[in-house]
Design a protein around this ligand. Structure first.
Ligand code: FES
Length: 716
């Protein structure tokens, strides 16, 4: 394990209970930049704020521009604020914050260099984004990404010289150390910024909502000029803001997928990120320890009511915390980290089969379990060798929320990888298909070859302890069978299980399907149905177990449609490959179609259709249209069938159920969700510590809430 600084665990970007602890540990004890006095130019007008679920209002009391008060909107009490000599207003949100001078011990000399009373307020905007507050602060606290994401910004501020200097609870960004007076760029821990340059000034707050994956961005813009000059400035800064917004949403998506766990920070260029993340980690751990010992000291020797205490944890106002002593421990797969496993007198029960069946067709909880128990462990026939012609040809897709990249190597081997950059979780390629021997991540320029090896990591060359060979894309088990079908299995464990191919190879043999076929075209369609509808035989909802010629009523209906309307293609032969692939062969037309159902949610799927030919046939436009119409008809049939099934509880045991139950059992033993696609070894010490806290909180909150899953849940 190298000694490089790592990011906070991905779980810290996704957990509600963890955010509530952050709120108590970080937000209630901090100061916030509300703006320069010019933001409060109208006497008697209130300007509203909401920071960490505390509503504030700022009131300009008299003509004296320094006569400003800040109130808590709930209590109507004035709260502690501070107006700097040069006109910047800061506020607390609770009495737990230290004094301004203690919090920002060395800030004054810096902000006293600018007269903030000279830039009138011009515009404010706010909107929500689908990312955690830290995902945005991560981006602000470094400029490694600027040359890749903000080319217009990089022209003025080349990242080569860009440096971040960390102080007590704030960071100063200096674009060119030779010109320290060229603008003032400040980050105020935990979530405010100030950016002064030219005649303009902007300030934004990264406001967490109660949902860890949703953040409200609030921007205030100031400028000496009005009209065209201001609009030009505004256009420029908005472009940069929207570029950051896209980065954050994409990275957050991947942080929530369960594959990426932590990243590496550049010790020279990402010191700002390391600095603020360490502050968050320290404060959260400190709060966690304090709450744990407070609970211990108040806890009776016996008769602890865990559920009551745990339920208080869900309440944002609560500061109680359960002691780790209330639990016994089991070893996690990353063995150095004991993680919470069983309650001593466990209220944890793996949900009963009946519970799972209640939500069989529509439960989000069940879909989430299927992602881990089925799609992360099963061989899936995902494409065909003839989809790729030359080295570097690739496709990307999302299988049950797992972003996947499949690419043909220079050695003519097809390989699959998680389409998630190892650095800070941005998506490596966003194109559905393309051709390139090197794929570059647009966030900070890490680039990977066709074997998934990291070949370029800008600004990381020569960094002691950084090893490119340890930072390639996460591999997905891939095999290409002798008929050319490409199978993937996301399970990252070491096992020798291989896909069952007998029926598939028989089908391929019967219809002349082989690796030397040619791909003709492909498209994707969306359908409003649960993925299991494809394998549903009837209203009992029993799914098929493996590759088979379908006897299922829905499939018979679909197959019938294909046969009944041969268009120019002749009748079709069909094979269903569990869990979600269908093959249609049209021998008369020398073509075949693979149709892979890619679940998007409990009630929505994408159908990825590819048409191949056994010969060098050219498909007529009319046939393409006819195929598309029939696939659309197919989707409508599935949607119709889903409508009939969705409120029906399966009457017999579906074949998937034992797999789901077995996975739940494993999770119960581990005391946490298990993502088989995630490699768990080689974690840093601080990762393990942080991850342990998060998992404890998640489990306690789930126990306190009494099952989060709705129909068919697992009671932790
Ligand atoms: S996330 Fe930084 S290079 Fe990909």
């Amino acid at each position: 394990m190298d000694s490089l600084t790592r990011t906070l665990p991905a779980s810290w970007y996704c957990s509600s209970p963890l955010y509530q602890l952050e709120r108590r540990a970080v937000f209630m004890k901090a100061w916030y930049l509300l703006g320069p006095v010019t933001r409060f130019s109208v006497v008697g007008e209130k300007v509203g704020y909401e920071i960490a679920q505390v509503s504030l209002s700022v009131l300009r009391v008299s003509k004296d521009p320094r006569d400003i008060k800040v109130f808590n909107e709930s209590t109507h009490q004035e709260i502690t604020s501070y107006l700097t000599e040069t006109g910047l207003l800061f506020s607390t949100i609770s009495e737990e914050a230290p004094s301004f001078d203690e919090f920002y011990a060395d800030l004054k000399p810096l902000i006293n260099t600018v007269d903030f009373t000279k830039r009138p307020h011009r515009r404010s905007i706010k909107y929500e984004g689908r990312f955690n507050w830290k995902t945005m602060v991560d981006g602000y606290q470094e400029c490694l990404h600027c040359q890749y994401t903000h080319p217009s910004f990089s022209v003025f501020y080349p990242p080569t010289f860009y440096s971040v200097f960390n102080h007590k609870n704030f960071s100063q960004h200096i674009a060119d150390p030779k010109k320290p007076d060229d603008g003032l760029f400040l980050y105020f821990f935990p979530n405010c910024t100030l950016n002064v340059y030219g005649g303009g000034m902007s300030s934004f707050r990264v406001c967490p909502t109660e949902k860890p994956g949703i953040t409200r961005m609030e921007f205030d813009y100031y400028h000496m000029e009005t009209g065209e000059k201001f609009e030009e400035y505004f256009k420029f800064v908005r472009q940069v803001a929207m570029e950051d917004f896209e980065l954050c949403e994409k990275a957050q998506e991947n942080l929530e997928r369960g594959i990426y766990a932590e990243g590496i920070l550049n010790p020279d260029k990402e010191t700002g990120v390391a600095f603020y993340q360490q502050r968050v980690l320290d404060l959260v751990c400190e709060q966690h320890d304090a709450e744990t010992s407070r609970h211990d000291s108040h806890s009776p020797e016996s008769g602890n009511d865990r559920n009551i205490v745990a339920s208080q944890l869900v309440d944002p106002a609560s500061s109680l915390f359960l002691s780790a002593k209330d639990f016994t421990y089991a070893m996690a797969p990353f063995a150095e980290t004991p993680i919470l496993s069983f309650y001593r007198h466990s209220p944890i029960e793996v949900s009963k089969e009946a519970d799972l069946l209640d939500g069989w067709w529509t439960s989000d909880y069940l879909y989430s379990l299927e992602r881990r128990a089925i799609f992360s462990k099963t061989w899936i026939c995902i494409t065909h060798r003839s989809r790729f012609t030359k080295p570097g040809d690739y496709i990307s897709l999302e299988l049950a929320g797992f972003p996947i990249l499949i690419i043909l190597g220079k050695d003519h081997v097809v390989r699959a990888f998680h389409n998630v950059c190892r650095h800070r979780a941005y998506t490596v390629t966003k194109k559905p298909h393309g051709s390139s021997l090197v794929l570059g991540c647009r966030y900070h320029g890490w680039s990977y070859d066709t074997k998934g090896s990291l070949v370029k990591a800008p600004q990381f060359d020569g960094i002691e302890g950084f090893n490119k060979s340890e930072n390639g894309l996460f591999k997905i088990k891939t095999c290409t069978d002798r008929a050319g079908f490409v199978h993937i299995n996301l399970d990252a464990g070491d096992y020798t299980h291989v896909p069952e191919l007998e029926d598939l190879l028989g089908f391929a043999n019967d219809h002349g399907i082989g690796p030397k076929n040619s791909w003709l075209l492909g498209w994707e369609s969306v359908g409003a149905f649960n993925w299991k509808t494809v394998g549903a035989s009837d209203r009992t909802g029993i799914g098929t177990e493996g590759p088979s010629a379908m006897g299922a009523s829905i499939m018979e209906h679909i197959i019938f449609m294909f046969r009944r309307a041969p268009i120019n293609l002749g009748s079709s032969k069909t094979l269903y490959l569990a869990p979600s692939t269908m093959l249609f062969a049209f021998p008369k037309a020398n073509i075949w179609v693979s149709c892979t159902i890619l679940p998007v949610s409990a009630t929505q799927c994408t159908l990825k259709c590819d048409v191949f030919t056994m010969k060098t046939a050219i498909i007529e436009d009319a046939d393409v249209e006819a195929l598309k119409i029939f696939i659309t008809t197919h989707i409508h049939a599935l949607e119709q069938h889903f409508d009939e099934l969705k409120d029906v509880r399966p009457t017999d045991e579906p074949s998937l159920l034992p797999y789901l139950k077995a996975h739940l059992k494993l999770e119960r033993l581990a005391g946490r969700e298990i993502f088989p696609g995630r490699k768990e070894e080689g974690r840093s010490e601080s990762f393990c510590k942080a991850e342990k806290i998060c998992k404890e909180l998640d489990q306690l909150a789930a126990a306190g809430a009494g099952v989060t899953s709705g129909a068919g849940g697992l009671e932790w």
